[in-house]
Design a protein around this ligand. Structure first.
Ligand code: C2G
Length: 130
């Protein structure tokens, strides 16, 4: 079977997340998702996600086109995760374009266009200001 791997925080799940997961799943037979750890978000973005990693894992693993989830502990471990899950394809949104090309010797690397005008940050701001 052809395995696809993708990564993300998937905090306050929205249609942009759904679309990329669905498109990633369509590239193969099995979709594995690395959900970024709370600690990784704090170091990367300076704030904790709204939902904890356990909650985000539970939400993402409940989607019908997601077959397996794990905690992404570090951005630098892409190669190890691709090998561990025997991924044939690594798919990401194009806000990461070029950033994961270093695994292209062991997996096909695909970047999808992001869904315009939706983001977790905007959702949080919308709720805060209404
Ligand atoms: N995404 C999208 N359209 C949006 C918002 C997000 O296609 N409007 C995609 C992103 O491009 C990414 C995925 O949804 O591929 C998850 O996005 P985030 O939860 O913001 O993930 P991020 O914090 O970028 O973490 O190792 C990589 C990191 O873990 C990615």
């Amino acid at each position: 079977p052809r395995t696809v791997i993708t990564f993300g925080t998937f905090d306050v799940l929205h249609v942009g997340h759904i679309r990329i997961l669905k498109r990633a799943a369509e590239l193969g037979d099995r979709l594995v998702v690395g959900v970024s750890a709370d600690a990784l978000n704090i170091s990367k973005k300076g704030r904790a996600p709204v939902f904890s990693q356990d909650e985000r894992l539970e939400i993402v693993s409940s989607l019908k086109f997601v077959d397996e989830v794990f905690v992404e502990e570090s951005l630098e471990l892409k190669r190890d995760y691709v090998e561990k899950y025997s991924a044939d394809v690594l798919a990401m949104g194009d806000d990461w374009k070029g950033r994961f090309d270093f695994v292209s010797d062991i997996a096909e690397v695909v970047y999808f266009p992001r869904t315009p005008s939706v983001s977790t940050t905007e959702v949080i701001e919308h709720i805060a200001n209404n």
